[in-house]
Design a protein around this ligand. Structure first.
Ligand code: SF4
Length: 325
């Protein structure tokens, strides 16, 4: 059996769900109850949350062979463009990932990103040899201080594994960063710039409190702050600015390193506010309830949504009536 996100199960025809944003990646999770104890995660060792949750998404169980054949069918008719396999951290997670990956690649050529418990860059090589297109190594926390608060183990060691793996497999590593765990915007920009310099793709998340986790009473990030981080991430990832161009006051971004009208033109595309990460990964409603504040848009923004984002970023009508038109 393998867990499949509810939205994925809907695309695969395994479950009926009404949604305005179907996933473009099949999200799969193998195993449950992680050996780690991250404060934000319902799969954490000491979480009392539902074992069928990851972020705020439910993950019903399905037969592996059925899932593999339905992914093949959905990929062939372009309903899905990627598969993301996350294996919950246990001693056997690499073997589990390899077994499922082998089965999947025997049946379909869908690009696959695999995230599991790796100890060495060579283990990532084993996944690439079996057909993984990308490997995910989630850092989650932006800095040592936050890492110690919400995760266990060594930030430095984890960062070193990402560095070494990214050097060995350039352009093929993704990471996750969660905004709203207590880091400053300056700390988030520093780690994002570093990941970009390593060629690591960033999947940016907004912290979401989930019942049963240590941080169940925490608050999601302020939306204006999250928009600034998204904009900075987009500018850095697309090499439109350098880290040194971005200015801060009290840890908060006050300048992005582009003239205001040019910055408004980038924001007006809406692209910085769409889900970031591996190609074709849109993670619908991972961080948000349908109808609530949308942190990561799983599709292009409507003109009204772009106006709202510009207001959240403090652009005036004069800034917005800019070169983008
Ligand atoms: S960015 Fe998306 S596809 Fe890549 S590892 Fe993260 S969730 Fe999976």
């Amino acid at each position: 059996m393998i867990r499949v996100s509810a939205g994925t199960a809907n695309v695969l025809g395994l479950k009926k769900l009404t949604t305005d944003a179907p996933p473009t990646t099949a999200y799969l999770m193998s195993g449950e109850k992680c050996s780690h104890d991250c404060a934000f995660c319902p799969q954490a060792r000491n979480s009392t949350g539902r074992s069928d949750l990851l972020a705020r998404v439910t993950w019903p169980d399905y037969d592996e062979n059925t899932v593999v054949s339905e992914i093949g069918r959905s990929f062939a008719c372009n309903r899905l463009k990627r598969t993301c396999l996350q294996v919950v951290n246990r001693q056997d997670s690499l073997d589990k990932a390899k077994n499922f990956l082998t089965k999947l690649k025997q049946n379909t050529s869908v690009p696959v990103c695999v995230s599991c418990n790796l100890s060495t860059p060579e283990e990532a090589g084993e996944l690439f040899a079996l057909g993984a297109d990308r490997v995910g190594l989630a850092l989650d926390a932006a800095c040592e201080r936050v890492y110690q608060k919400v995760k266990a183990g060594s930030f430095t060691k984890h960062l070193q594994l990402i560095e070494e793996t990214a050097r060995l497999y350039p352009g093929r590593i993704s990471t996750h960063l969660i905004a709203g765990l207590g880091e400053t915007e300056e700390e988030m920009v520093a780690i994002m710039a570093y990941m970009v310099s390593l060629g690591v793709t960033i999947g940016l998340f907004a912290f979401t409190p989930v019942k049963g986790t240590r941080l169940e009473n925490g608050q999601p990030p302020d939306i204006a702050s999250y928009r600034r981080i998204q904009l900075a991430q987009y500018l850095l990832a697309n090499k439109l600015v350098d880290r040194k161009d971005i200015k801060f006051h009290g840890g908060k971004i006050i300048e992005f390193g582009l003239p205001r009208k040019q910055l408004a033109a980038v924001a007006k595309t809406g692209k910085p506010f769409q889900t970031s990460g591996c190609p074709d990964c849109n993670r619908p409603y991972y961080n948000e309830k349908p109808g609530g504040v949308i942190y990561n848009y799983p599709r292009p923004l409507t003109p009204e949504e772009i106006d709202a984002v510009l207001r959240e970023l403090g652009f005036t009508a004069g800034d917005a009536a800019c070169s983008g038109d």
